[in-house]
Ligand binder design. Structure first.
Ligand SMILES: [Zn+2]
Ligand SMILES: [Zn+2]
Length: 285
């Protein structure tokens, strides 16, 4: 019998992506329709609604000496197919998924589904360990779970439009022109900024959520859109009266504005994408 030997305890990460389509609703059984609607809004519709879910599963581990692979993708696919896709695809999660039937107080939120996916996959993986379950309910809303108890990272993406001029008041006009080139155009230019807001926290056992998304939307609407959307950063905002509106400065300014407003929810990361070619991450101090 040949015993598979591992290489030098290296960690490799492999991500596989699958999709499934499913229906769900959020409802606390002991609450009335009206109370559920107050708590969950349209997602409480007892007739359900649905999503095209996108699931990214990341496994980590060393390669096998015999084949140079962390895990055979065919094997990983069949594990995901049998234990996840078969249980969710074209199903009503509340009414047809064993974990959510068994506990009707467990809301099939992205947070809880990500945790459930982790629990379903773990027993079937050999050699490879599960690293991350990343579930997208829609392209702008996703949950990441790393197997840390009830701790989930939730990301929502917002888009707004603004113009700016890269110009530093500490430099001469010639120096500004040399450093910033066409971004120093005195009349400005603009972007569709994409702001990814990632919060982290323990899943609330009652709502199945890390944070109330409406609250997050309200903070971004009130604190970010009202200040910056359809504005000229240098001319219309006090934040950039004297500060050069580079993406580095912008993402820090956004953190300073948003982070205190989200408390007690913990802001984990802001990612600001100025163009599809570059994005900037900021994690606070
Ligand atoms: Zn939904
Ligand atoms: Zn620019």
């Amino acid at each position: 019998m040949v015993i598979e030997s591992l290489h030098n305890n290296m960690n490799y990460y492999l991500t596989r992506r699958v999709e499934f389509e499913a229906a769900h609703y959020y409802r606390i059984p002991e609450l009335s329709d009206k109370e559920n609607h107050e708590l969950f809004g349209p997602t409480s519709n007892p007739n359900s609604h649905g999503h095209n879910y996108v699931l990214q599963v990341t496994v980590k581990g060393d390669t096998l000496a015999s084949n140079g692979m962390l895990i055979n993708i065919k094997d990983l696919d069949s594990i995901i197919k049998e234990h996840i896709v078969a249980e969710y695809d074209h199903k009503h999660i509340n009414l047809q998924h064993p974990a959510f039937i068994q506990d009707s107080s467990l809301q099939p939120t992205s947070e809880n589904i990500a945790i459930q996916v982790w629990q379903s996959l773990t027993p079937h993986l050999q050699n490879a360990d599960l690293h991350l379950v990343h579930l997208y309910e829609e392209s702008a809303l996703s949950a990441e779970y790393y197997g840390e108890g009830q701790m989930v990272y939730l990301t929502k993406v917002y888009e707004f439009s603004a113009s700016h001029r890269l110009h530093s008041i500490t430099l001469t006009d010639e120096e500004n022109k040399a450093i910033f080139g066409k971004c120093n155009n005195p009349y400005g230019h603009g972007h569709n900024y994409m702001l990814e807001v990632t919060v982290k926290g323990e899943v609330d056992p009652r709502t199945g959520m890390v944070t109330d998304i409406d609250l997050l939307d309200q903070v971004i609407e009130k604190q970010v859109f009202s200040r910056f959307d359809h504005k000229h950063l240098n001319l219309d905002t006090i934040e950039f009266e004297k500060v050069n509106p580079t993406s580095e400065n912008f993402v820090r300014v956004l953190w300073e504005i948003v982070e205190p407003q989200l408390k007690p929810v913990t802001l984990h990361r802001l990612r600001l994408q100025e163009t599809p070619k570059s994005y900037f991450d900021y994690y606070g101090d």
